[in-house]
Design a binder for this molecule. Structure first.
Ligand code: NAP
Length: 324
């Protein structure tokens, strides 16, 4: 008889507890998505270790129920030492910031490969890796931004070839993205954002990832994490207008302006170039993927026990907080 997922999760946790290596280690556990994963695991009574470059700062983010391991994943020894007494790994490292972008290869590629190497030596089998929604090489090549997804594509391939009990997560952008472009009744979007894109609340990323790492029946699966529906930016502006009763005007500005600025700034701030590439991808998000979002979401509802936070709920929350 097939074991139900919840029972399997409890059994798997008990097995790890018995082996005394029940701690789940989160690389990137202080990040936008990672901190939600930590929060949900703690709520479920799990022992969690977070690797961070700054413990003091991390404590403010993840609280004191978490073991903190201070270290930089690009420095020798950090990974090997941090993996001691852990039984499962979640990787949500990111170098997508002005400060870190120059070290993207060291943080997002080399360190992840080292985590895999050291985990193998330490006999840790469960590995969960956060990636992008779907890393289609052809789309990136056609848009002439192959390097934008190259690291994630390479790491996904290495994980697929490995002997880990692995699950890869295809994370959607956070629904925050619609609000980030909205200010004082105007949603100003480079390129317009006319293609529908999947989005998800960080809350749901945390809950789903926590359930996923605790389950032992998702080996070899790539799971897309998305909200119920794909929205374009004009769709999102319309929805905000309907719910709030205040007009949110969608305004498109030419993407080539960002292209030009990013070239000029390249020697000083390569991050703007990455932003341009992510905007280019967003504006050319494949239609078939967007159309399939309800199916991807339906699968999540079948596989996991959770109540999704919809874009409507996010809009209402912001209205209640006087934040829209
Ligand atoms: N955010 C999104 O909308 C989104 C969308 C799709 C996919 N994703 C994927 O989700 C994952 C997490 O993204 P995120 O946006 O949550 O990341 P984020 O907020 O930028 O957080 C980055 C994390 O990486 C850690 N980190 C960076 N450099 C490090 C180093 N040298 N040593 C140790 N830790 C280091 C940081 O820890 P400390 O600062 O504490 O050291 C922090 O916890 C990524 O794989 C990303 O591609 C995110």
């Amino acid at each position: 008889m097939k074991e139900c997922p919840q029972v399997a999760a409890v059994r798997y946790t008990e097995e790890r507890n018995m082996k005394n290596n029940n701690q789940i280690i989160i690389y990137g556990g202080t990040g936008f998505y990672g901190q939600k994963v930590v929060e949900k695991l703690i709520e479920k009574g799990q022992a969690v270790k977070v690797v961070t470059r700054n413990s003091e700062n991390a404590k403010k983010i993840v609280g004191d129920k978490v073991e903190l391991f201070q270290g930089d994943v690009t420095e020798k020894g950090t990974i090997e030492k941090s993996l001691k007494n852990t039984g499962a790994i979640v990787i949500c490292l990111s170098a997508m910031s002005n400060k870190l972008i120059r070290k993207i290869k060291e943080i997002e590629r080399d360190a992840v490969l080292e985590i895999m190497e050291e985990a193998k030596k330490a006999n840790i089998s469960r590995l969960v890796y956060m990636s992008g929604y779907e890393m289609r090489k052809k789309v990136l090549d056609d848009l002439k931004i192959p390097e934008f997804g190259a690291i994630k594509i390479e790491i996904e391939e290495k994980i697929r070839q490995s002997a880990f009990n692995w699950t890869i997560l295809g994370d959607s952008p956070a629904s925050e993205i619609f609000f980030a472009f909205t200010n004082r009744g105007r949603m100003i979007v480079p390129g317009g954002g006319f293609n529908a894109i999947p989005t998800i609340s960080p809350e749901d990323v945390g809950e789903l990832t926590a359930q996923i790492v605790l389950r032992n029946d998702l080996n070899g699966k790539r799971i897309k994490l998305t909200g119920p529906k794909a929205y374009s930016f004009p769709d999102a502006a319309k929805l905000m207008t309907e719910i709030s009763g205040n007009k949110i005007k969608h305004i498109a500005i030419p993407l080539f302006l960002i292209n030009v600025v990013s070239f000029i700034l390249l020697p000083f701030s390569p991050f703007v170039r990455y932003l341009y590439k992510s905007l280019k991808l967003l504006n050319n998000f494949p239609k078939d993927l967007a159309e399939d979002v309800p199916n991807a979401h339906k699968l999540l509802r079948e596989l996991f026990d959770y109540q999704p936070v919809t874009l409507e709920m996010e809009i209402n929350r912001r209205i209640n907080e006087n934040n829209l």
